[in-house]
Design a protein around this ligand. Structure first.
Ligand SMILES: *Cc1c(COP(=O)(O)O)cnc(C)c1O
Length: 410
């Protein structure tokens, strides 16, 4: 987003004009930003065969998937539905990686039926898979490295008490099953959490995978998940991708020499690829002065952007209607009938009823976590691609809310 002659724009399109054209609340995505992030990661790992699988749970609109497919990315899917959307978006089955947690075995078999590679995350599933397919379907295994990472307890997935993966300490049990059923283990996988700043977390857990890898002679790839942090606040830090790339590439190549084969290094970024590309535009319904604070109540709520209430996440807010107004503190809240606070006492240029407030970092885990709570309609989504705005999801209507309900006579 640029500030040009008193107005905010993306790819030279004025944000207030887009808000007027499509109405609000509105999710906007800038594909130029996504492409920059993708290329930055691709360039950060010198001398390594790298593949990036876009973790589409962050933002699952099929047009975004198609966009990443034409960039050359693979896809990381965590449900059979994401697998199916990925196939519909045009991804080749072998470029989709199915890395779910705690699924019913049937869901894994369904992915096999679609020729999509599956990552197994429990001894129980490993055994069932082995019985059914033996060596005929290659698999990868998700290892829990017992490393604590992540910007919030709810998004930490690699520590000892986490439900994800199979503990590296259970390697003997894994090997028993692999030998008993002659499983063909093609890859090792881990994902330690989201919003991880400290690159030593990635380096430490990589060592666990490199250790474990020695027991699996048929590996083709090591998949390190993702969790790269992006800046949310002005002046905020982000994962030092270039430094991580330099250190990890060197170590990975060393490991490959030791292993005796050049493996592919995979990452599955969601947030890193789409967070900063997303903008959520809302409009102020009401300014309410109270003895304690001045509320700016917008025409949205935690139903559309849950991260502040769910993860205590900071989302920067910009008043695009009055960017040069006198700065004052406002508590920006939603219209949901529970406390849904986007920001408490945030300094903003004077906010008036009718102003558009834009939430930044709305690309990842914004729309994809939106709900219809309070029977509210979910927003429209617009993609800004090659200087043009494309509507990629219509705003919902009352019909969408009632569609699957069966009305009985009483
Ligand atoms: C959510 C998830 C990711 C992406 O995490 P980000 O923090 O958005 O990069 C990657 N891999 C798996 C298995 C996931 O569940």
């Amino acid at each position: 987003m640029e500030f040009v002659e008193g107005q905010y724009e993306i790819q030279s399109l004025k944000l207030t004009a887009l808000a007027e054209k499509y109405g609000s609340p509105l999710y906007l995505y800038d594909t130029a930003n996504m492409e920059r992030q993708y290329q930055r990661l691709m360039n950060a790992f010198p001398g390594v065969r790298l593949r990036l699988n876009y973790a589409c749970k962050a933002l699952t609109n099929i047009n975004i998937l198609k966009f990443f497919n034409q960039l050359g990315a693979g896809l990381d899917a965590v449900s059979i539905q994401e697998v199916q959307i990925g196939l519909k978006a045009g991804f080749a089955a072998e470029k989709i990686s199915f890395t779910p947690s705690g699924i019913h075995p049937e869901e894994a078999y369904q992915a096999v039926g679609l020729k999509v590679p599956v990552t197994l995350d429990s001894l129980s599933l490993l055994e069932k898979f082995g019985k059914k397919y033996s060596s005929s379907v290659p698999v990868s295994i998700r290892i829990n490295p017992h490393v604590m990472g992540g910007g919030h307890a709810k998004i930490s997935t690699g520590h000892k008490g986490s439900k994800f993966g199979i503990s590296f300490q259970q390697l003997p049990q894994i090997l028993d099953l692999v030998n008993q059923y002659r499983l063909h283990v093609r890859g090792l996988h881990m994902h330690t959490g989201s919003d991880i700043l400290d690159i030593s977390i990635f380096l430490k857990s990589a060592e666990v995978l490199f250790d474990v890898a020695g027991s699996f002679p048929q590996l083709e790839f090591i998949d390190m998940g993702s969790g790269f942090k992006v800046p949310y606040k002005p002046g905020d830090y982000e994962t030092d991708i270039e430094e991580l790339g330099r250190l990890l590439s060197e170590r990975f190549n060393q490991f490959c020499d030791q292993y005796g084969k050049n493996l592919t290094l995979i990452f599955e970024p969601g947030k890193f690829l789409v967070s900063t590309a997303g903008y959520f535009i809302t409009r102020v319904n009401v300014i309410k002065e109270t003895p304690l604070t001045v509320f700016a109540g917008v025409n949205s709520g935690q139903n559309h952007l849950i991260r502040p209430m769910f993860y205590d996440a900071y989302h920067h807010i910009v008043n695009i209607s009055n960017p040069e107004g006198a700065v004052k503190p406002y508590s920006v809240v939603g219209y949901i009938c529970e406390t849904d606070t986007f920001a408490w006492e945030r300094e903003l240029p004077e906010v008036r009823e009718g102003d558009y407030l834009v939430f930044l970092n709305a690309g990842a885990y914004g729309f994809s976590m939106a709900s219809n709570y309070n029977s509210r309609l979910r927003p429209a989504e617009v993609m800004i691609h090659k200087g043009k705005d494309l509507l990629i999801r219509e705003r919902e209507t009352l019909d969408n809310l009632l569609r699957n309900q069966i009305v009985h006579q009483f």
